[in-house]
Every structure is written in structure tokens, then in C-alpha cells.
Design a binder for this molecule. Structure first.
Ligand SMILES: Cc1ncc(COP(=O)(O)OP(=O)(O)O)c(N)n1
Ligand SMILES: Cc1ncsc1CCOP(=O)(O)O
Ligand SMILES: [Mg+2]
Length: 373
């Protein structure tokens, strides 16, 4: 095929115009193919996300939103765009990235698909301008909606997992920290807090990154003790704040609406304030005096019973809880506990985790005759 605009002694005006016309048509077909491929990509990615909203999260609201976006994508997918499809000549159909072959957990699968949808929408936004002036605008707006959907879905996912978490490991420095946490995760642990009151920030950042990765691999929630900045730096799921730490409202401003914020409480006033301030969960304790929090008076089992009757957000009894007294804490009304030494110092963290979780989820509440879930 001759290139339009090249000198040719036989050239006359008609040939140049015909060639320019066919060049334009060729470009138009290429644009159509790009739009066709990316409309498909975006819909496929959304479908994968939608399936999780439906079967994993049981959220009719989120399913509805995914569906609406897919329908809008479908409305742009006209017959002329579909007709431009040329799969056998498409060099991109065989290309897969090694990471596509090895997703380790649902969270990274969802993130990868959100990324895929965003990329496709960006392409649709840019090339769409060449097809229909409204297309660029429509896909820009959709891209922002998908950003919001991603952060809401991740927030929803965290909240759901928090509700299903009955055991909370709060770490303390240990030479085998990662091995211990991994062993507990293997036993079914779904909630981990990184707490190190002594290390410098270089060490904290390094440890927090490793724990973040480990928790993602096992699909567990990862929380940082005290430090909102560190939580943001390692993309943690949230932060745990005591009464001497930042106020919940300030942390919420910094972390946004979809990360978790936990608050320590030792009495009913602190409990009520934490709930009013919008904490996602609270610590209730110390139930017993503990060397992990030296000098802090025990709040006792009475406070656990008070929480059982009055606290309507997830709460974790904490402080001096071990395999020998867990049943007293459960009898006082707890169905969630947080522990440091019982797991960090355990010889067999997997077994201890399994024991705690089985006690917390299988025991029957004497007064209700129902399992603690
Ligand atoms: C789940 C949980 N509950 C309570 C605490 C204690 O937090 P705080 O009072 O801020 O004390 P430090 O942990 O910072 O020493 C907690 N960390 N986790
Ligand atoms: C951090 C914290 N906050 C209240 S008690 C406590 C420490 C609990 O540690 P342990 O489980 O080793 O008694
Ligand atoms: Mg603190």
C-alpha cells in the first residue's frame, strides 16, 4: 500500500485523496479495535470484582453498583466497534504477566482487577475522544466512580473480616516474630497488630512492611499500634490508638473512612466516647494485670461483663489472657480476645491459636444456648 502524501510521478489529486481516505479508515479501524478491546477488558475486570461482592461479601449494594457500571460499558459497545475486532491478528491475546498466574490472595486479586479496570477506562477516556466527544467525559467520570468503589469495597471487606475475627494477636519484639505470626496465621488468625514500643523507625518500618505482606498473603487484617503515619506508609488496614494517642477523629481525617480505627478503653466513659467518636472496635481491659503493660491497673472481669451488655461494636478483651483463664473471660461475656504473650511466647503458636479460636467460637453461651458468633 502506497503511503498517502508520497511523491509518485503517476500521482494525481484523486489517488492522493483516495489514499488519504483509506489511511483515515485504517486509523479509524485501529481506534475501534482499541475501544472494543478495552470495553471488554473493563467489563471482564468488573465482573471479577462483582463476583466477590456477591459471593464473598454478600453485598447487594456493591453488586448493584458493579452491574450498573457494566451496563454503561455495554451501552458504549456498539456494533461498529465490535465489528472491528480482529482477534487472530491481535499480538496481545497471548501475553500474560507472570503475576497473573500467581495471585496469592483475594485482596491482591481484587486490587489487580481494579487496576485493570482503571487502565482500560483511561484508554477509553483518551481514545474515546476520537470516537465520540461524550465518550471521554463519560469514562473520566466512571474512572472516579471506580476509585471510590475500590476504597469502599476494601473498607467493607475489612469490616466483614473484623466481624469474623475472634482472636487478635498484638505483637511484642521477638527474634522469631515473623515465624510466630505466620504460625498463628496458619492456625486461623485473621487479625494482627504490630506493636513495638522500643524499636527505632527504620526497624519499625522494615518489620511493618514484612508483616503487612505476610498478613496479605494469609488474607488477615493488619493494624499498626499508635502510629497513623506508619499505618499509611505500609498501607496497613488501620491503626490502634490508646487514650494517650491521637484522637479518633484526627486519625479518621488522616486515614479516611475505610480503614479501621481501634481504641483502648478501661471503663464505661472511655467506651462510650470511643463509640461516639467512630471507633471501629475497642480494646476492653486490662482484664488482668500484665507485665506487658506494667503499672496499668486491671479493669477486671466486671468491665468485660459491662462490655458484653453495653458495647454494640466489636470489642476485644485484653490483658493477661491465656489458655488457662480464657474460659473465665468467655464466661464473663467475651467472644473476642486480644493477646500478646500467650502467642508470642508460645512454643506452638498454631495450636494455641486453634485452641483460642475454638473456645471463642464453639462454646455455647449458657444464657442463650447459641454459639458465640
Ligand atoms: C486491642 C488493643 N487493646 C488495647 C491496646 C493498648 O493500647 P494503648 O493503651 O495505647 O497502649 P499501648 O499498646 O500503646 O502500649 C492495644 N494495643 N491493643
Ligand atoms: C497492650 C495492652 N493493653 C492493655 S493490656 C495490654 C497487654 C496485653 O498483653 P498480654 O496478653 O501479654 O497480657
Ligand atoms: Mg498506644
Amino acid at each position: 500500500m502506497k503511503e498517502a502524501g508520497c511523491y509518485d510521478e503517476n500521482t494525481n489529486g484523486v489517488v492522493v485523496m483516495v489514499e488519504a481516505h483509506s489511511q483515515k479508515e485504517h486509523i479509524q479501524q485501529v481506534v475501534y479495535r482499541i475501544l472494543d478491546a478495552n470495553l471488554d477488558r473493563a467489563r471482564e475486570g468488573l465482573r471479577i470484582i462483582e463476583e466477590w461482592c456477591r459471593f464473598g461479601l454478600n453485598s447487594a449494594q456493591l453488586v448493584g453498583e458493579c452491574k450498573k457500571e457494566r451496563q454503561e460499558l455495554a451501552s458504549w459497545h456498539t456494533a461498529e466497534l465490535r465489528a472491528a475486532r480482529n482477534t487472530p491478528d491481535d499480538p496481545g491475546t497471548d501475553l500474560t504477566h507472570p503475576q497473573e498466574e500467581q495471585r496469592t490472595d483475594v485482596k491482591s486479586l481484587l486490587q489487580a482487577n481494579f487496576c485493570r479496570v482503571q487502565e482500560a477506562l483511561r484508554v477509553l477516556e483518551e481514545y474515546g475522544k476520537l470516537y465520540n466527544p461524550n465518550m471521554g467525559k463519560a469514562f473520566k467520570q466512571m474512572r472516579y466512580r471506580i476509585y471510590t468503589l475500590e476504597s469502599r469495597l476494601m473498607g467493607y471487606h475489612r469490616q466483614q473480616l473484623l466481624l469474623r475475627s475472634h482472636l487478635y494477636l498484638v505483637t511484642s519484639p521477638s527474634d522469631r516474630l515473623l515465624d510466630t505470626v505466620e504460625a498463628a496465621l496458619k492456625g486461623g488468625l485473621t487479625l494482627v497488630q504490630y506493636r513495638d514500643k522500643l524499636a527505632d523507625d527504620t526497624k519499625r518500618l522494615e518489620q511493618a512492611k514484612k508483616l503487612r505482606q505476610l498478613c496479605s498473603t494469609y488474607g488477615a487484617i493488619f493494624i499498626i499500634n499508635d502510629r497513623v503515619d506508619l499505618a499509611l506508609a505500609v498501607d496497613a488496614d488501620g491503626v490502634h490508638l490508646g487514650q494517650q494517642d491521637l484522637p479518633v477523629a484526627v486519625a479518621r481525617q488522616l486515614l479516611g473512612p475505610h480503614r479501621l480505627i481501634g481504641r483502648s478503653t478501661t471503663n464505661l466513659q472511655e467506651m462510650q466516647a470511643a463509640i461516639a467518636d467512630g471507633a471501629d472496635y475497642i480494646g476492653v481491659g486490662p482484664v488482668y494485670e500484665t507485665p506487658t503493660k506494667e503499672g496499668k491497673a486491671a479493669a477486671g472481669l466486671e468491665y468485660v461483663s459491662y462490655a458484653a451488655k453495653n458495647c454494640h461494636i466489636p470489642w476485644f478483651a485484653i490483658g493477661g489472657i491465656d489458655t488457662s483463664n480464657i474460659n473465665d473471660v468467655i464466661d464473663a461475656g467475651a467472644n473476642r480476645v486480644a493477646v500478646v504473650r500467650s502467642l508470642i511466647q508460645a512454643e506452638q503458636p498454631t495450636l494455641v491459636t486453634q485452641f483460642f479460636i475454638s473456645q471463642l467460637t464453639n462454646r455455647v453461651r449458657p444464657e442463650h444456648g447459641k454459639p458465640y458468633i
